[in-house]
Design a protein around this ligand. Structure first.
Ligand SMILES: Nc1nc2c(ncn2[C@@H]2O[C@H](COP(=O)(O)OP(=O)(O)OP(=O)(O)O)[C@@H](O)[C@H]2O)c(=O)[nH]1
Ligand SMILES: [Mg+2]
Length: 147
């Protein structure tokens, strides 16, 4: 699967890419046309945002890239949950702000801490209110992780 990681500068893209073994192509502040050009052909976009910073504008930028590059699948990665005490309320509030900048069908949101690994390869025990799969499962990386 060809995956691109989008998101604001400093949102945690490099940290997450390293954990998942994915290419880390963007720093977040590139012109949109450049992002679109390099994201073409991707099957999946991970849109990483920092839950401690309002992500509305970043969501809009990412949405343009996703649409213009023709990327079919999107996952919104609510990162730095550790900074928010792993609290559900913080996740919900950050997701609401993200969605203010998003007009396509809402993506699936996965709360993670790229720094500490919660919900990256496995859920862990600190985010106990989210019942979805860890990111790696969504990316079909389980086999490689287990190997
Ligand atoms: N507390 C916390 N810090 C994080 C987390 N993920 C990343 N960071 C920190 O946030 C800073 C930016 O992380 P990067 O992974 O470099 O973010 P980036 O999106 O690649 O940044 P640019 O490439 O500069 O756009 C670094 O100091 C990371 O250690 C996280 O889950 N929790
Ligand atoms: Mg980076």
């Amino acid at each position: 699967m060809n995956t691109v990681i989008l998101g604001a500068a400093g949102a945690g893209k490099t940290t997450l890419a390293a954990r998942l073994g994915l290419p880390d192509r963007f720093h977040g502040a590139e012109p949109l046309a450049e992002l679109v050009y390099h994201a073409r052909g991707a099957d999946l976009a991970l849109i990483v945002f920092d839950v401690s910073i309002p992500a509305q504008v970043q969501a809009s930028r990412a949405e343009i890239v996703v649409r213009q590059a023709g990327i079919e699948r999107v996952l919104a990665v609510a990162n730095k949950m550790d900074l928010a005490g792993y609290e559900y309320e913080a996740f919900k509030a950050a997701r609401t702000v993200f969605l203010r900048g998003w007009s396509l069908t809402p993506p699936l949101f996965v709360p993670v801490s790229a720094r500490f690994g919660d919900f990256v390869h496995a859920p862990g025990n600190r985010i106990d209110w989210h019942y979805g799969a860890a990111l790696a499962s969504h990316l079909g990386l389980e086999a490689e992780v287990a190997a």
